[in-house]
Structures are given as C-alpha cells and as structure tokens.
Design a protein around this ligand. Sequence first.
Ligand code: G3H
Ligand code: 13P
Ligand code: NA
Ligand code: ZN
Length: 308
Amino acid sequence: MHLSPEIFFKNCYGRYAIPAVNVFTMEQVLGLFSSGEKAKAPFIVQITPAARNYAGPEMLIAMINAAAKIFPKAMYAVHMDHGIEAHAFDAIRSNDYKSVMIDASHDSFKDNVKRTKAVVVEAHKKNIFVEAELGVLSGVEDDLSIDEKHARYTQPSEVQEFVELTGCDSLAVAVGTSHGAYKFSGGDGIQFAILEEIQRRLPEFPIVLHGGSAVNKEEIERINKARGQLMEGASGVSPEEIVKSIAYGVCKINIATDTRLLWTRVHREFFRDTPELFDPVIPGKTYMREYEKFMLEKFELLGATNKA
Ligand code: G3H
Ligand code: 13P
Ligand code: NA
Ligand code: ZN
C-alpha cells in the first residue's frame, strides 16, 4: 500500500527507523519490494534526479507500481530525493509521490527558507510530505579546518526557526555523514552532540540522515578481489552509529551507495567466475537475491521488521 511517510514517522519516532532506498533499475525495485513484503517492514522508495535522467520518471513509476501489484502487502512511500523546484513541482503534479525533498541546503539560510517554503505551499495542497535540508552534507574534507567543518554542520540554533518559517515536515541534517563510499575522511563520525541539540529544539520532529550506507569492508574486499579498484579509505556509517541515531529522532535513513557496491560485487564476480557466460538474467537474479538479503538485514538493524 502506498502511504505517506508521515504515518511511518509517527509510529517509529525514537524507536526504529525507515530505510529510504534509491532505485535506478528493475532489479532494485523488485529486490526492495520483495524484501519489504517478506520482512513486513515499511520502506521508502526514492527517485533522484539522476535516476529520472537514466530511466525516465514514467519508467521508474511504472516499475514501482508494477512491484506494488506483485507484492501487494508491501507498505511503502514514493519519495523524490534531492529535488530542485522543477523536479519537486513535477512530482507534486504527477500524483505519483507521497513525499518530495527540496534540497536548497547549499543556499543561504534565507534563500533555503524561501525555496523550501514555495515547495511546501504547493505540496501541502495535495497532502504531500516535504523533506528539507539544513546544513551542508558533503565537504567534510581533510583539508578543512575544525572551524570550517563545524560551519557546514547543521547549526542547532537555526533548526526551529527554519521549520517554523518553511512548514517543512521533516529535516535532513548534516551531522558528519556524506554521500558515497568514502565517508568520514576526517575521521570524526556522526556528531551526536549536534543531533541531541537538534532534538532538544525540535522534539518529536522527524530527522533524516543522508549518507546512510554502511560501506561494508567485506564488500570492498570482494570487489577488489574481482579486479575492482576501490581505494583503501572506503568506509561508511557503522551499525552502532545507525542504531544510536534512532534515539535522537532519526526516522529516515537514506541508502544508495551500498546497493551500488552490491551491484558491482555481484557483477564483477559473475564476470570473473563465469567468463564463458553472457546472459544478463543470471547476475540479475543473483543481484535481486543479494539485494533482498541486504535489505532484510537492514530492516533488522533499523528495527523496522514486522512494523508494517
Ligand atoms: O544522494 C543520493 C544519491 O546517492 C545520489 O545518487 O546522484 O547517482 O542519483 P545519484
Ligand atoms: P549513501 O551514499 O550513503 O548511500 O547515501 C544515500 C543518500 O543520502 C541518498 O539521498
Ligand atoms: Na531525501
Ligand atoms: Zn542524500
């Protein structure tokens, strides 16, 4: 059933979290819906601008709607991830989404408020949920000074005013994670003191953690053993940090990189181990099976199993 994240977050706040997974291909959509139904776990299926650019919005939505028919017990919300206005308004018009993100986090506070508010006004006319972002997620780089790093984190002193001025329904925060396979290059991890302060100012308000992939060491090793060349410093968010963040109000954990690494491992091993084969269906099936296994473990970790 296609539901609003609002329902998910009301139920999970402080106790468990909903995985929000970016999909680009049919195998990912089928693997995700199959796992959600099997685990009886709520999930968010996310479409990014890059995914729209790859498969096209019609194809992505058609795949999701087909998966919902194949797995009728799946409890899910379709979300537009990292949208700019053009994507967000298109998503709102389409009636295919229960939730959109407007990502104006690279703008000034004032412009972020203005751009976010404009999307909220349109979205709320149709009861569509809006995720906004405050703070700059990436860019916690080695060559930044401590002061510069701190300037990029979400400033707890701003969150209450931001939510009041924009009317957004959830807030993505910059508390140390970043996108991709090389997180925490500065070695600082999730800033729980900042999360705690955000929660104190926004009690019961759903917080979103971007850059939620685990970047499992074992996956990196398997990819590199199959002629991959991922670098030494590949790392992600530890299971302990993910679990700890839930008590601080993190309701939604975004995951894309882990599913890309999984795709890479499955296909590299297929090509290495069976060089005589040339059938996409064979690694495709393996990927769907491994994807489902990955998600079942993720639902367990987040405490979402049996919560749908
Ligand atoms: O932030 C979400 C995704 O990791 C972005 O990936 O730009 O390839 O869609 P994408
Ligand atoms: P990862 O790169 O950690 O998978 O983060 C995904 C994300 O935040 C999507 O919005
Ligand atoms: Na998002
Ligand atoms: Zn993100």
